[in-house]
Design a protein around this ligand. Structure first.
Ligand code: UTP
Length: 293
């Protein structure tokens, strides 16, 4: 079985739910405490042994490339000042996390369509897919690493799931599953954006997958949704599920939706509380603030 060393991060959406913040700054570059959202994803990949990452972008997302490049002038400046050594190291290491590649999705036609742009990068290897606006914080094994372990153990494609509220399930998708062992399930069917009476379980796919290159043919065979005109990636996952080729991992980790205003605030709050530099002060601030609510 081939080791998984490649990941793709689709980041070419319009980000309409977080406008106007995402008008000129891609939502994947919005800040969480002291790092842009996409850096958390690249770190998650690097921690799971992934060495090559393709980011799928569109017009106006060039600052993603700048962020993962060396910033020569800035770094030289920081290097000269012994008090700023740690800052220099933090800035420098961003460019060394992984080999980053970029390709544009020329039209915004949905997540499935975006993933198709990765076909030549992937070649004949299994690969990871991390949705660019889903940050998943784990203080144990990185979430994509948890999925890779399941892929290596069972040789099947894997999707990351969590139990969600009924409202969230209706916005995302619903899965028909049976338990296999511990937090791993066999998936039999997926319905994207179900109506209330179509809900099969409260498990939804939340931004992490490990799949094999035959998904590209499955995506190509997927017609655009009559409702939205988008090509859904979940249709390809659903095909895998119906052919007994998909597992779900109820992953350990806290997921934040960077595509929503509330998700951005939750991510900032919870990650700030764990931050070594400001965590304690922020907790004191929050405690005082809650007394006034
Ligand atoms: P979303 O559907 O959450 O992103 O896609 P969006 O279209 O930007 O959301 P709205 O406009 O606020 O509703 C999940 C991920 O897939 C990427 C997005 O960038 C996001 O990271 N995506 C989505 C693409 O790369 N291309 C697309 O055509 C759509």
């Amino acid at each position: 079985m081939k080791k998984i060393t490649k990941a793709i991060i689709p980041a070419a959406g319009l980000g309409t739910r977080v406008l106007p913040a995402s008008k000129s700054v891609p939502k994947e570059m919005l800040n969480i405490v002291d790092k842009p959202a996409i850096q958390y994803l690249v770190e998650e990949c690097a921690d799971a042994g992934i060495t090559d990452i393709l980011v799928i972008t569109n017009r106006g997302k060039g600052i993603i490339e700048d962020h993962f490049d060396y910033a020569f002038e800035l770094e030289e400046n920081l290097k000269k000042n012994p008090d700023k050594r740690k800052l220099y190291e933090d800035v420098h290491r961003v460019a060394e996390l992984a080999n980053l590649y970029y390709i544009r999705q020329k039209e915004t036609k949905g997540l499935g369509h975006a993933i198709l742009a990765a076909e030549s990068f992937v070649g004949d290897e299994p690969f990871a897919v991390l949705y660019g606006d889903d940050i998943i914080y784990s203080d144990k094994e990185p979430v994509i690493g948890q999925l890779i372990s399941a892929y290596e153990a069972y040789g099947k494609c894997v999707t990351g799931v969590k139990e969600c509220t009924t409202e969230q399930v209706m916005k995302y998708c619903t899965l028909d599953v049976t338990p296999r062992e511990r937090n791993i399930y066999d998936v039999h069917k997926i319905i994207e954006k179900p109506d209330r009476d179509q809900i099969l379980s409260h498990f939804s796919v939340l931004g992490r997958n490990v799949v094999t290159p035959d998904v590209f043919d499955l995506i190509r065979a997927t017609p655009p949704s009559p409702k939205t005109g988008e090509v859904y990636f979940s249709e390809a996952l659903s095909y895998l599920a119906e052919h007994d080729r998909l597992l779900a991992v109820d992953f350990y980790g806290r997921r934040f939706d960077m595509g929503s205003k509330l998700g951005i605030m939750e991510a900032n709050c919870e990650i700030a509380l764990k931050h070594p530099e400001i965590g304690e002060d922020f907790k004191a601030y929050l405690k005082a603030l809650t007394k006034t609510l």
